[in-house]
Write a protein of this length. Structure first.
Length: 146
């Protein structure tokens, strides 16, 4: 899909607030609400827009442990590992990576003991290293598209 400046403007507005209405976006960028809706629909269909999400404060929800876990696991063992962990509450994202760990897992848990159970479960598959997130001194949810 070929993107023009209006597509970029729509994506910019959605990154600011994905709850903006098509009318609000249209007023800001000079399009009608139906034109904005059609462009958004096409970007969804092409996979450019994957989803509309909400950014939660997990600590306020009782998830006091926020960690990144690196797992050194044989590459061929990744699919069964992913299948095994899909029921674990608190996993936010699993990423394949280069470097010392082929998988990086971002997760939150309500307690250290719950976190320890998860790490033990992961350790059955390979070497793990856990990094506790202390704070987010810079957190960006936007990228310039153009």
């Amino acid at each position: 899909m070929q993107l023009d400046q209006l597509h970029h403007a729509i994506l910019h507005e959605l990154q600011i607030n994905s709850r903006f209405s098509n009318t609000e976006i249209g007023k800001k960028i000079g399009l009608t609400a139906p034109a904005v809706a059609e462009r958004i629909r096409k970007m969804e269909e092409s996979g450019i827009i994957k989803s509309f999400t909400v950014n939660l404060d997990f600590e306020k929800l009782g998830f006091n442990e926020n960690v990144i876990i690196g797992i050194d696991i044989p590459y061929c063992d990744i699919p069964p590992f992913l299948k095994e962990i899909e029921d674990i509450n608190g996993i936010l994202k699993v990423m394949k990576s280069t470097g010392d760990f082929c998988l990086i897992v971002h997760l939150v848990s309500k307690s250290v003991s719950q976190l320890e159970e998860i790490i033990t479960r992961f350790s059955k598959h390979g070497k793990t290293s856990t990094f506790r997130i202390l704070a987010f001194p810079l957190e960006k949810h936007m990228v310039r598209i153009d």
